[in-house]
Design a protein. Sequence first.
Length: 339
Amino acid sequence: MRGVVMHAPGDVRVEDRGDPEIIHPTDAIIKMSATCICGSDLWPYRGADDVHDAPMGHEYVGIVEEVGSDVRNVRRGQFVVGSFVASDNTCEICRAGYQSRCVHAELMGHIGTQAQYARIPLADGTLVATPETPPAEMIPSLLAASDVLGTGWFAAVAAEAGPGKTVAVVGDGAVGLLGVLAARQLGAERVIAMSRHPDRQALAREFGATDIVEERGDEGVARIRDLTNGLGAHSVVEAVGTQQSMMQAISCTRPGGHVGFVGLSHDVALPGDELFSSMVHLHGGLAPVRRFLPELIRLIWDGEINPGKVFDLNLPLQDAAEGYKAMDERRAVKVLLTV
Ligand SMILES: [Zn+2]
């Protein structure tokens, strides 16, 4: 089969990779319907993470092609969505809703789903089948559920977005934009998107943002305080992962408020004294997308949300290198690869 391999920073190629096979009786093989490029794939692409001949991709939707002898919950021919972390969904950590840290967790990024097929470990726990094969126009939204929607959703839940709350969102990538959508769906009264890009601001408004703040850093914090009677937001979603974005998120939050942080952390070091005086709740990390998948699939299936709008460039898998370039140069928010 064909699949994406990143040989070194900036060097992405689509080449022949071995066909996946069932290794464990709990595995399934899926034929990819669509996959995509993640903002986190840009860290190695830009040389911020080590990379050497790595298969790429961790987001996926597709049709079950084959199942191992112990798989009970999904069968050949079903359309399935899975999280970017495979999980058994039965261990104590999973049952508490933290499937991304399942005691048997496997990162799909190590398998590489930017490919025609993929082996899905722990298929019974990882995959959720849709009620029927979805129409083509629904596939981008279901694919978004695999990571960016689920991650934005977790961030909003971790930030305790809900009725009567003012939510601020730091980061206008796909996860931040879908954090806006999630906050609104969870009933937040006011959602402030922090973005300086007109096209992303427009999408944020479409997803339910009531206010836009263009300033960053101290100025951004001051604007959020202006909009919240000097108190700060009740809930803040952090969807970048840098020192500046994390401190901006904490500083935008009122005492007693909640920060949901899901930007993949890169060299963030929190100063104890500022944390001590902030009196905010911090919760986040690798999103347990599997917890939310059944509900997210239902919302998409019923046409209540359309998160697939974050994909603003569609390319064939074969042109993945162009997709990486477009995202790196910020010409695209998120690239969908058709298989
Ligand atoms: Zn588990």
